[in-house]
Design a protein around this ligand. Sequence first.
Ligand code: SF4
Length: 88
Amino acid sequence: MRSDAIFIGIEVSDEIAGDAAAAARLEEVCPVDIYADAGGRVQIVDTNIDECVLCRLCIDATPPGTVKVHKLYDSGPDAVLSSDPAVA
Ligand code: SF4
C-alpha cells in the first residue's frame, strides 16, 4: 500500500501490511505517528505523513525493502529512503 501527502509518500509492502508484529513496531518507532496498529494491520495515518523527519527508524525496524519513504519534492538519487540496496 502507498499513501502520498504533499511532500512525503509512504509505501508499505503487502508482505508486512498484515503482520501484527510489524504493525506494533511501526507504531512504536515513528516519532510523529505516521503508522498506527489497526488491530494487527499496518495503517498509514494520512494526516501525519508530511510530518516525517526522515529518521529511517521505520525502515530499520522492518525487513529490507518492505518500507519506503518517498521524498516527493526530490527527483534525485536520494528521493527514496529504503534499506533495499536496489533502491537506496
Ligand atoms: S522516516 Fe521516521 S518520521 Fe518518517 S515515517 Fe519513518 S519513522 Fe516516521
